[in-house]
Write a protein that binds this ligand. Structure first.
Ligand code: SAJ
Length: 435
């Protein structure tokens, strides 16, 4: 047994430090604080730190601000630029990929190197960030380089001074607080004692089941969850391409096929956005190369979707002398403000740069256009009604709830390119006897 895991009764987590106060780290901090733990959130962004300390948040996530405000005002949560000692450290920093689609672990390494000098016997280090297989082991190695005095855990050795585990985040933007509490979690330890100590921390706020395993299995598990979704979305996207070719309505086809008891086809769209599903499969592909052929093909299918939409919009625009195109939605998915890696932004930017005509951009969830669309000729942000009144072509890119309610009569005489099946009017007819 690790000596750090032998404490009976288990040492309480009086103080937890969370590194990275973004879409994952801030909700984790607020929920832990709401359970009475003293939480210190560390971030490199002074703006985020000062907003949080005044009880406000720098991201959009339902109910989160209320929770942060309560935690800050009762003194359980504070944000800082400067790391300090704690009983547990949670790393929730970004793990992007490089230009050549290799994982960029520089933020994880920087956080580890900041934590290492502060570590005391009995401490727990948790990696929450989605990471390639081997990252949790690398964290141990980096700690060891800075703290040769500590006995570090490994899968074979007994008697470590600290615990290190991976508990990959699983939350869905838009419903983060609910998923943070109710979702089951995988906790992968460098040793079994590390996994159990991780369980002690997450049992403070997770009501779903906590499944203990090795760090490598937890790492691959998280990547596989997102790769699975990516492959399934690619199937739907490929189907939309096939249906265009064969003149079949893809939405009707999917509705019908999904009536089979063992078929559940996802929705086609203009591409896969966000900072997870379009990134994580590369962490597997870059590790094993052509062993991940299905995942690789799925990435290529999904990445090709935005350019298909651009081609369709250009073909429609050629039918008008001075086309006006209403571009509905910029976010990477419905009813959120997150524009990161959004296919809609890429499509609008490409259309503007290829001078297809006037672009009337509608995005109800953000006040300003993103930097990549600033100053592009012929492009302006407008309200939905103005866009629908003026446009010759309606290009629906995101199925925000406001767009589902569009009066279909306003679309008469316009060319509609509905990449999300949100403006459909007809559903497959059901047989009813005597009708
Ligand atoms: N999409 C489609 N068709 C669909 C479903 C999604 O085109 O049928 C598109 C969306 O429009 C969006 C992209 O895929 O552009 C991703 O959206 P999403 O809702 O599938 O997932 P994310 O990226 O918001 O969150 C995912 C979740 N992973 C899984 O569902 C397996 C979440 O649980 C993870 O915590 C998150 O990635 C993450 O942070 O890794």
């Amino acid at each position: 047994m690790d000596s750090a895991g032998d404490d009976k009764p288990k040492a309480a987590f009086k103080k937890v430090s969370v590194f990275g106060l973004g879409y994952v780290g801030l909700p984790v901090s607020a929920v832990l604080a709401s359970r009475g733990v003293e939480v210190v959130g560390v971030d490199v962004n002074p703006h985020a730190v000062s907003m949080i300390n005044s009880g406000r948040i720098h991201i959009v996530e339902p109910d989160l601000e209320m929770l942060v405000q309560a935690a800050v005002s009762n003194g359980k949560l504070r944000a800082t630029l400067q790391a300090e000692p704690a009983d547990a450290f949670v790393i929730a920093v970004p793990t992007p990929f490089t230009e050549d689609r290799k994982p960029d672990l520089s933020y994880v390494r920087k956080a580890t190197e900041t934590i290492a000098p502060l570590l005391q016997k009995g401490n727990l280090v948790i990696l929450e960030s989605t990471s390639p297989v081997g990252t949790t082991e690398a964290i141990c190695k980096w700690i060891g380089e800075i703290r040769p005095d500590l006995v570090l855990p490994d899968s074979t050795r007994e008697g470590a001074d600290i615990h290190v585990a991976h508990c990959p985040e699983r939350v869905l933007p838009g419903t983060v607080l609910r998923e943070l509490i109710y979702n089951d979690r995988i906790i992968g330890g460098i040793s079994p004692a590390c996994a159990r100590r991780g369980g002690d921390l997450y049992s403070l706020f997770v009501t779903g089941e906590l499944h203990l395993t090795t760090a490598r299995t937890a790492e691959l598990g998280k990547l596989v969850e997102n790769a699975f979704r990516d492959v399934n979305i690619a199937f739907a996207n490929e189907l939309s391409v096939i249906c265009d070719e064969l003149h079949v309505n893809v939405w009707e086809l999917i509705d019908l096929a999904n009536h089979h008891p063992r078929v559940n086809i996802l929705k086609p769209g203009p591409g896969v956005g966000g900072h997870c599903i379009a990134v994580d499969p590369w962490f597997i592909i870059s590790a094993v190369g052509d062993k991940a052929r299905v995942m690789h093909a799925a990435r290529n299918v999904n990445d090709a979707m935005p350019d298909r939409v651009v081609a369709k919009a250009k073909a429609a625009a050629r039918k008008f002398r001075q086309p006006k195109v209403a571009c509905l939605g910029l976010a990477y998915k419905p009813n959120i403000d997150d524009l990161r890696e959004s296919p809609a932004v890429h499509i609008v930017e490409t259309l503007a740069k290829s001078d297809v005509g006037e672009l009337l951009v509608v995005e109800p969830n953000v006040k300003e256009l993103p930097a990549s669309l600033h100053g592009l000729p012929g492009l302006r942000k407008v309200e939905l009604r103005e866009a629908l009144d003026e446009a010759d072509i309606v290009l629906l890119l995101v199925d925000h709830r406001q767009f589902l309610r569009i009066d279909r009569e306003l679309l008469d005489l316009k060319i509609v390119i509905d990449t999300r099946g949100a403006l459909r009017t007809s559903m497959p007819e059901k047989y009813s006897p005597g009708a």
